[in-house]
Design a protein around this ligand. Structure first.
Ligand code: SF4
Length: 391
């Protein structure tokens, strides 16, 4: 008999997985374990939902950093070892004493009317289990038990949650989840960037909020499997950062309703991996150990939608940017410009339309381009007659 009740098990898949899992394992290469998706990657994935290449690589668990290296375009982002170590020290400090300090911050910032988290009202269950599926089931069981023990606070340190993404399960590990005395759940994110005078860098807070929203979505899936409890996942998360460059923690409540609706919509729109994998030429392998020429052809066989935003979010950005530039694709100049140009998808097509060689003059985009080209020529003529004439 299973150690866990049905409601504590990770969600069952509704798609025929055996064939797909086998195909994804072949794609990844037989010697490689799948690289798990984390919430940071999911938030980035949701930021570029039209990219089949990223969806497939993440779904198959390919190590994109190694793949980028093998393609000759190594990734250039990620946290330094020093920053990681500093973040780990700060997180351990915040969670010391069975999470009592962290619970006091949650109490103060989002649930001040509840009983104080005095030690006799605090539980911190052991969440250890074998493998991500086992840890997910253990977390779900701990959440259920916490909901069934009202009037106490429960601190879950590094719980494991599962979220179905484009037909493939992603296992996610928030820094902490707190169950309040009323049974509701709050996600806690611990970051190493400073909060100065109660405010942190807006861009970093935004990225943390997008990441936390992914955890809230995964918790909502757990809550949906406990319909008899009426449990609520709070849409205000607690962000904990070092206070004014010190090692002391400061916290703030962050409303993630907007990030939740955006991420929910983007994840729903992600092309399902089965349909992407079905389009691949037979024998396609994305194993970073294969020769560069073979790998390049395999990567190019999966459509990509490069945009400058990829540079901050995807390990393959330099490779895709080079290809996009070689093809003269206007997306390499930004999504906003791409949207303005309608059906003109390459720089050559834009120039031809602007110079009157192609395009319908009644088309507003073509008319605007010709007007811009005329103004440019006029300006160059005025500023430098010989150059303007040459153009
Ligand atoms: S860098 Fe390439 S693979 Fe990654 S999201 Fe952008 S287009 Fe897709």
């Amino acid at each position: 008999m299973s150690e866990f009740p049905d409601s504590a098990r990770p969600p069952r898949r509704t798609t025929p997985v055996t064939g797909l899992r086998h195909q994804l394992a072949e794609l990844r290469g037989p010697d490689h374990q799948p690289r798990p998706l984390d919430a940071r990657a999911l938030a980035a994935l949701a930021a570029n939902p039209g990219c089949d290449r990223r969806a497939l690589l993440d779904g198959a668990g390919v190590d994109k950093a190694r793949l980028a290296d093998a393609l000759g375009s190594p990734a250039a982002f990620g946290q330094s070892q020093f920053a990681l170590a500093r973040g780990n020290v700060f997180e351990a400090r915040v969670k010391a004493d069975g999470g009592s300090q962290l619970l006091r911050l949650v109490h103060a910032h989002v649930d001040g009317s509840a009983i104080e988290p005095a030690p006799e009202y605090v539980r911190a269950p052991d969440l250890s289990a074998i493998g991500p599926e086992g840890r997910t089931a253990r977390t779900a069981l701990a959440l259920r038990e916490a909901v069934e023990s009202p009037g106490t606070w429960t601190f879950l340190d590094h719980p494991m949650l599962a979220l179905d993404v484009a037909g493939s399960p992603a296992f996610l590990e928030p820094d902490a989840v707190v169950v309040h005395p009323d049974g509701s759940w709050t996600v806690v994110e611990i970051k190493s960037f400073p909060m100065i005078d109660g405010a942190a860098d807006a861009a970093k807070v935004g990225a943390a909020a997008r990441q936390a929203a992914v955890y809230v979505l995964a918790l909502e899936e757990v809550a949906a499997r406990l319909p008899d409890t009426g449990v609520k996942v709070r849409d205000r998360v607690v962000l904990v950062c070092p206070k004014d460059f010190s090692n002391l923690p400061a916290a703030s409540a962050v409303d993630v309703r907007k990030q939740l609706s955006v991420t929910r919509r983007q994840l729903r729109r992600l092309t399902r991996i089965e349909s992407i994998a079905a389009q691949l030429p037979p024998g396609t392998v994305l194993d970073p150990d294969r020769p560069a020429a073979e790998l390049t052809a395999a990567v190019e066989s999966v459509p990509a939608t490069y945009a400058p935003e990829c540079l901050a979010a995807c390990e393959l950005a330099f490779h895709c940017r080079d290809r996009s530039r070689q093809e003269g694709a206007v997306t390499s100049l930004g999504r906003a410009l791409r949207a303005e140009l309608g059906g003109l998808t390459t720089v050559d097509a834009v120039l031809a339309a602007a110079h009157g060689e192609t395009g319908d003059p009644e088309d507003p985009t073509v008319a605007a381009l010709r007007r811009a080209a005329a103004l440019r020529a006029e300006a160059l003529d005025l500023a430098e007659p010989s150059k303007g004439a040459a153009l």
